[in-house]
Design a protein around this ligand. Structure first.
Ligand code: HEC
Ligand code: HEC
Ligand code: HEC
Ligand code: HEC
Length: 253
């Protein structure tokens, strides 16, 4: 009898849990990368002619994409030269001009290209294979006066010398670990869980990745992920315990 009551109570509780309204799963729509009129970030389309509710269009197009950019079906104007890369006396994997998907990120985060500098605007026509870097739409935006990234920490600028290096070959990096005095790759850096591919993505166990063996913005960030700061690995609130950094660097042992 007592057992039955407990079982009934447990079932009742389970029922309540099942009935409780499920928290709305967060997606890209709830992030700062929703630049459409439904965006909730500081910067998004507010009005103008045919303002759009499309989210993906600010980065991707189903047709007429720029295949020179290493981000799939890319819809934005890009800048490929004129950046100042990171450098230091202890750096071994000397990065040059940005490559890979980092160029896609920098098409907004360098601040030189308008958010609406798109190859293919929503709707019929509206295509250009050389979109103006000052923008191609008749939309107005909130949070920016010139449709470009406003000054602040999210605008990396063309000078990347004050940012973690990108676009360098992981295997070329050298560093001593916390316990070793030797400056080579294996002492200073951890191996991903799979063999490093020179043609595709290679993942670390926690979701960080190398692309064609290179560190890119997308090694640490996934532009669609609603996790804090779009980080690929994030427990609770971002770079907990510096786990992002310790994925690659042997500064823990
Ligand atoms: C702010 C720019 C941005 C927006 C907005 C965006 N993407 Fe992406 N997307 C990227 C970039 C950059 C990559 C390449 C990522 C990489 O190499 O890790 C990518 C890659 C992808 C990929 C292939 C690899 C992957 O990560 O899954 C798919 C599929 C994709 N995007 C779909 C979408 C869809 C669907 C939307 C709209 C709901 C969208 N994206 C919105 C920037 C964006
Ligand atoms: C279409 C333009 C666009 C592209 C492309 C883009 N971003 Fe962003 N990103 C934004 C805007 C706008 C913000 C919000 C800036 C602000 O409010 O200061 C933002 C914010 C961020 C933030 C801060 C998020 C937060 O919660 O504070 C990160 C991190 C970020 N982007 C990384 C990336 C990376 C990495 C890529 C490439 C994979 C990328 N972005 C591509 C427009 C873009
Ligand atoms: C090695 C890992 C790594 C790489 C590579 C990287 N980031 Fe980040 N990024 C981070 C971490 C970790 C944070 C969170 C820092 C913090 O908590 O302030 C961050 C924060 C940001 C922010 C938000 C800054 C703020 O305080 O609001 C932006 C924007 C951003 N990254 C863009 C980029 C872009 C664009 C690239 C490529 C040019 C890039 N990141 C490359 C690890 C990385
Ligand atoms: C995806 C792997 C990866 C992640 C994640 C990563 N790094 Fe790095 N980091 C590198 C590589 C590769 C280099 C280049 C080292 C070299 O060539 O000597 C580097 C360079 C550096 C340098 C400059 C070294 C020098 O000699 O000038 C510092 C400092 C650094 N990382 C700190 C961090 C911090 C802090 C974090 C976390 C926010 C982080 N890294 C995350 C791979 C990574």
């Amino acid at each position: 009898m007592r057992k039955l009551k407990i079982a009934a109570a447990v079932l009742g509780l389970l029922g309540l849990v099942a009935m409780a309204p499920r928290a709305q799963a967060a997606g890209i729509a709830d992030t700062k990368h929703n630049l459409s009129t439904t965006g909730t970030g500081t910067i998004h389309v507010s009005g103008g002619t045919n303002p759009t509710t499309e989210i993906c269009v600010f980065c991707h197009t189903p047709h007429g994409a720029d295949t020179a950019v290493e981000a799939p079906l890319w819809n934005r104007a890009v800048t490929t030269t004129g950046y100042t890369p990171y450098s230091s006396p202890s750096l071994d994997s000397i990065p040059g001009q940005p490559t890979g998907a980092s160029i896609a990120c920098l098409s907004c985060h360098a601040g030189d290209i308008a958010f609406d500098a798109l190859r293919n605007l929503p709707g019929s026509g509206g295509f250009s294979d050389s979109p103006s870097k000052d923008g191609t739409s008749a939309w107005t935006f909130v949070g920016t006066s010139d449709k470009k990234m406003p000054d602040g920490i999210t605008k990396l600028g063309m000078d990347l010398s004050n940012d973690h290096p990108i676009s360098m070959l992981y295997a070329a990096a050298k560093s001593p670990s916390s316990t070793s005095g030797v400056n080579d790759h294996d002492t200073g850096f951890k191996a991903p869980s799979e063999a490093i591919s020179s043609t595709g993505d290679t993942y670390f166990a926690n979701g960080l990745k190398l692309s064609k063996g290179y560190v890119q913005c997308t090694s640490c960030h996934d532009p669609h992920r609603s996790a804090p700061l779009f980080l690929r690995h994030s427990d609770n609130n971002g770079n907990v315990g510096s786990q992002i950094c310790l994925t690659c660097h042997k500064k823990d042992a």
